[in-house]
Design a protein around this ligand. Sequence first.
Ligand code: 5BU
Length: 457
Amino acid sequence: MSKEQFVLELEKIGAIKFGSFTLKSGLVSPFYFDLRDMISYPAILDGVADLLVERIKDMKFDVLTGIPYTALPIASLVAAKLNKPLIYMRKEEKAYGTGNNVIGKFEKGAKCLVIDDLITTGASKIETAEGYEKEGIVIKDFVVVIDRSANGTEELGKQGYQLHSLISLEEIVQLLKDKDLITAEKVKEVEEFTTSLTKSAKKEKYINPLTKKLLDKMNEKKSNLVLSLDVTTQTEFFGMLDRVGDQIVMLKTHVDIIDDYDENFVPKLQEYANRQNFLIFEDRKFADIGNTVRHQFRNGVYKIADWAEYVTVHMVAGELILKGLFEGIENRAGFVLARMSSKGNLLNETYTRKCFEAAKKNPQWVAGFIGYGNSVEDIKRFKAKFPGNELLMMPGVKKEKGSDSMGQQYITIEEAVGGGADCIIVGRGILKADDPGMEAKLYSERAWKAFQKRINS
Ligand code: 5BU
């Protein structure tokens, strides 16, 4: 089957449609592609498998996969025709046992070629690659049947992947126009739609005022060190600030761990913040329904909203938590917990993606994300998916890699910042040092140097 015949067959079975379709994102698209039903037409399935074989037969790979569900049967047929082993990833992560998220036989380090039916933004491809990479499989290339994206090649390219496609949207439009299967007017609509997508992909991104405030303070103080001041008395708290306050851009508190908290604590903290020139961030990790977090933030003993400009927010209750927290108050924003540093935490990739989606919809309330990665590469990939100009705040940082006995994991200052952390959040690395003042200076200088190096490269 030729490419042209294949496109005409798809049109006949309704897999390619032109009209007016509302997408998940709310956008109205003049075309709609859905290749799911193709498996019920053996001649078409066989035809596309042959076309894919032709496209990939000279590429170097050890195993082949298809992204479930649509592309998996296609990849099976291609693998059989090429006499290559097939593997695939469970759609749901296994919640127990020793992993085994990949089905099929493969060697660690095997190079895997990924087949998919369509590409729109590239986000799900990147997620797939990360899943495989975690299992020791190397991904470099993706092959899609139809490229309908505005900038998929660039998005995958940024992450070091190469996109190959059988047919582009433009080719389909051209062919159907030549065969008088769509009107010139429709062709124009498609062109306008794709141009507007490309433009919006490149549009200048909004900067949250509290993101900017932190960036300005970092540049003013030449520090991207956030101190996590996890001590339990006011004497220790302010005693430590006397020694380290000048080195930090921001202080992270857990106000509820101060045994002798009283009404003097906040005014004193504010006096230090003014004098030592740092911002205040309460790591409260709000996680309840909007109405409850609104009270937890604004009322009670601590009245956090009165003094903490930044707070941490879990997304487990849904994105309206942001409205509950920040609606109607000025100069406050959240750091959304997109990934955690503790071993065995339950924030998986889908959850992380949902955090990004929530931030994208509510940029006025999100200054950044809390995130962790176990290598420079891992952090880079994570950061590349941020929807806008949010900052990456990273806990789990020490001078040396390691862990504690209660699940905390650490990477080094240079790995964290080199990968993409904008600020490092450090507690015990400084608090437990013989000379916390000197140690804070050292962390601050190393993190700032790594930050300058990354920005300038
Ligand atoms: P440490 O002493 O540097 O391990 O302290 C790290 C701090 O960051 C501590 O206050 C934690 O509550 C906080 N933290 C974290 O370690 N990991 C996370 O994923 C998040 C917060 Br979210």
